[in-house]
Design a protein around this ligand. Structure first.
Ligand SMILES: Cc1ncc(COP(=O)(O)O)c(C=O)c1O
Length: 485
C-alpha cells in the first residue's frame, strides 16, 4: 500500500490558499485530510489475470454491465448503492419496523428527509427512477417538454417514454470538458427563458435541475443559478423540481466555491436549495448513503394525491413505498451522516486526488474534478476513433482488460440512439470512474491511477466498437459490442 506514500502529500494536503477560506471549524492542527472512519468489516477482492479478463469480456459481449462483479477488481461502475454503510446505519437496520402501515421507521425517515427538504409530501420509492416514472406518468405525455440542465439517462428515458421531449440546457461551459467554470452544472438561463417564453406552462409541466449534474461531469449548480431558475419558473408559472441525488456534494461545492457561502453549515445550504424548489426526485443510493431507496417529494397536494395513487400500483403503500422498514431507518441515519463536514471534505478531496493524478499523468479528464466521479475525456484521448465507433466504450473496455478496473461509458453508446432510431454523437465521449462512498482506500485509488495511465500511454493502439444487438431504450445496459479491426 505504501507506494502511495509518495502521493500522499498531493492528495491529502489541502491547498495552502484554500485553508484561509475555510471556516473556524475547519482549522485543524495538521493539513493531511484522512478518511474520517476506520475499517470495521472487510470484503475480499478477487485478483484476476489479463487473460481471465479477456475471457470475461468476450462472454459479456464487451459490455461491462454484463460482467460478473466477482471478475472486477476495483468497481467504479457507479457510486449508486455501492457505498459502505456506517456502524450506526447497521444499528438502525436492527431498529427497522416492518409494519405494513405507519411504521415508526417511516416516521424516522420522514423526519430526516423533511429536516433537509421540508416538502409537505414525501413519497418513498425503491430508487430514483421509480420516483421519475411516477412523476412523469403524472405530468408528462405527448407534446410536453421537460427542460433540465442535463437529464440523467433514466430521467430522459422516463420523460421520453411518456411521449414528452427532454431538453438539456446546461451552460456552454458545461459542455466544454476543459472549462474551469466553478459551476459547470448551471442552467443556461437565457435558453430556459426562451424555451419557457415560446412554449409556456401548458407545454412545460416542470423545470428540472440536476444537482450535481451527473451526465455533465458531476458538476455543481450554484445557489445564484438556482435562484435564477426559480425567478424564471415564477415568471412563467412552472414548478421547479430538483433531481437531488448528490445534494450534499453540491452543497459542499457551494460552500467551497460560491462567494459568501464559506462559513455556512452544509445542512443550511441544502435547506436553501430545497426552499427554492417545488419538489424533488431522489435516488437515496447516492448522497443519502443507502444501498437502496429513493423518494419523490413536493408541495402540491393534488399532484401528490395523483402520485400516491400511482405509487400504490407499482411500489407499495405510501408509508413504505418500495422499501422495507429497515431500509427507511438506514436512510434516516445516512441522511444525517451525508451532511457532516469531515465526511464531505474527505469525499470531495479524495475524488479530486484521483482526477489530479490522472490529469498530471497525461490522461485528459473533465475539469474541474466533479464530486462523485472523475470523468475521462475519451474523445480527446482517442481522436482517431469516430464518436459513433464509441471511443468511451473502447477506453472503458481497455481499463478493465488492463487492470480489472470497471468504469462506465457516458457518451454515444449511452446517448447516441435517438427516439426516431437514428444515431447522433453525444455532446461528449466520457468514461466515468465513479467512486463508491467510504469503500476504497487510497492504495486502491493509486492502483487505478497506475492502470489508467498505462492505458493512456498506449492510447493510439485502441480501436473502436460496433453494436451487434438490436436497438432499444437504455441500450448501454444490455447491448453487445464487437471490436472493429
Ligand atoms: C442524476 C441522477 N438521477 C437519477 C438517477 C436514477 O436513480 P436510480 O439509479 O436510483 O434509479 C441517477 C442514478 O445514477 C442519477 O445519477
Amino acid at each position: 500500500m505504501l507506494r502511495a506514500g509518495s502521493r500522499q502529500g498531493s492528495r491529502l494536503r489541502r491547498d495552502a490558499g484554500r485553508s484561509a477560506a475555510l471556516g473556524h471549524d475547519e482549522q485543524m492542527e495538521f493539513s493531511t485530510i484522512i478518511e474520517p472512519f476506520r475499517v470495521h468489516s472487510v470484503e475480499p477482492l478477487r485478483m484476476t489475470t489479463p487473460q481471465q479478463r479477456r475471457v470475461a469480456l468476450a462472454e459479456a459481449g464487451h459490455n461491462l454491465f454484463s460482467l460478473r462483479a466477482d471478475d472486477v477488481l476495483i468497481d467504479l461502475l457507479t457510486d449508486s448503492g455501492t457505498g459502505a454503510m456506517s456502524r450506526d446505519q447497521w444499528a438502525a437496520i436492527q431498529r427497522g419496523d416492518e409494519s405494513y402501515a405507519g411504521s415508526p421507521s417511516w416516521f424516522r425517515f420522514l423526519e430526516s428527509v423533511q429536516d433537509l427538504f421540508p416538502f409537505e409530501h414525501v413519497i418513498p420509492t425503491h430508487q430514483g427512477r421509480a420516483a421519475e416514472k411516477i412523476l412523469f406518468t403524472a405530468i408528462g405525455g405527448p407534446g410536453r417538454i421537460v427542460p433540465n440542465n442535463t437529464h440523467f439517462d433514466t430521467t430522459r428515458a422516463n420523460v421520453e417514454y411518456t411521449g414528452a421531449t427532454a431538453v438539456d440546457l446546461v451552460i456552454a461551459e458545461g459542455r466544454d470538458p476543459s472549462s474551469l467554470h466553478p459551476f459547470k452544472g448551471n442552467m443556461d438561463l437565457e435558453a430556459l427563458d426562451a424555451l419557457l417564453r415560446r412554449h409556456g406552462s401548458e407545454v412545460i409541466p416542470v423545470v428540472f435541475v440536476t444537482i450535481t449534474n451527473n451526465s455533465g461531469g458531476g458538476q455543481p449548480v450554484s445557489l445564484e443559478n438556482l435562484r435564477g431558475v426559480r425567478e424564471l419558473c415564477d415568471r412563467y408559472g412552472v414548478p421547479l423540481f430538483l433531481d437531488a441525488c448528490r445534494f450534499a456534494e453540491n452543497a459542499w461545492f457551494i460552500r467551497e466555491r460560491e462567494p459568501g457561502q464559506g462559513d455556512r453549515e452544509v445542512r443550511d445550504i441544502v435547506r436553501e436549495m430545497a426552499s427554492l424548489a417545488d419538489g424533488m426526485t431522489m435516488s437515496a443510493k447516492k448522497d443519502p448513503l443507502g444501498n437502496i431507496g429513493g423518494w419523490l417529494a413536493m408541495r402540491d397536494d393534488a399532484l401528490a394525491e395523483e402520485c400516491r395513487t400511482l405509487l400504490v400500483l407499482t411500489e407499495g403503500f405510501p408509508t413504505y413505498g418500495g422499501l422495507a422498514g429497515r431500509d427507511l431507518d438506514a436512510l434516516a441515519q445516512g441522511l444525517r451522516e451525508a451532511v457532516q463536514h469531515d465526511y464531505l471534505r474527505y469525499r470531495i478531496r479524495s475524488t479530486a486526488y484521483l482526477g489530479e493524478a490522472l490529469a498530471g499523468g497525461g490522461m485528459p479528464v473533465v475539469q474541474p474534478i466533479g464530486g462523485h466521479a472523475v470523468y475521462l475525456d475519451a474523445g480527446r484521448l482517442l481522436p482517431h476513433i469516430d464518436p459513433l465507433a464509441f471511443p468511451g466504450q473502447a477506453l472503458a473496455v481497455a481499463l478493465y482488460e488492463a487492470g480489472g478496473v470497471r468504469g462506465c461509458e457516458i457518451g454515444s453508446a449511452m446517448f447516441g440512439l435517438q427516439p426516431d432510431g437514428t444515431e447522433r454523437p453525444a455532446a461528449m465521449e466520457l468514461v466515468r470512474l465513479a467512486i463508491p462512498r467510504r469503500t476504497y482506500t487510497q492504495s486502491h485509488i493509486d492502483y487505478v491511477i497506475e492502470v489508467a495511465l498505462s492505458v493512456a500511454a498506449r492510447a493510439d493502439e485502441l480501436t473502436g466498437y460496433r453494436i451487434t444487438s438490436p436497438p432499444r431504450p437504455l441500450r448501454h445496459f444490455t447491448a453487445t459490442f464487437e471490436p472493429l479491426d
